[in-house]
Design a protein around this ligand. Structure first.
Ligand SMILES: [Zn+2]
Length: 83
């Protein structure tokens, strides 16, 4: 069997993950494996906040926006704990 290691979407856990992302946000590394469907849902919030936080000359994210971004990321891909 060579088909046993299909990566499932981290959000819905039902469809095969097709979008693989690694992002550094606020000093934490997030790996995200999402199906196309969930990736589309996430991208609006995720990329919007990320672009805003990294654009030169842009105002920094507000505290609320940072919390929201982290919440979205944590839900999609909790950072690995180094215990
Ligand atoms: Zn999914």
């Amino acid at each position: 069997m060579s088909y046993t290691s299909v990566m499932l979407c981290q959000r819905c856990g039902e469809r095969e993950a097709e979008v693989f992302q690694t992002q550094q946000v606020a000093g934490r590394t997030y790996s995200r494996d999402l199906c196309e469907n969930c990736a589309k849902q996430d991208y609006g919030i995720f990329l919007g906040a990320l672009l805003q936080s990294q654009a030169s000359g842009a105002p920094p994210l507000t505290e609320r926006e940072q919390r929201e971004l982290r919440r979205v990321l944590d839900e999609a891909a909790p950072p690995e704990e180094t215990s």
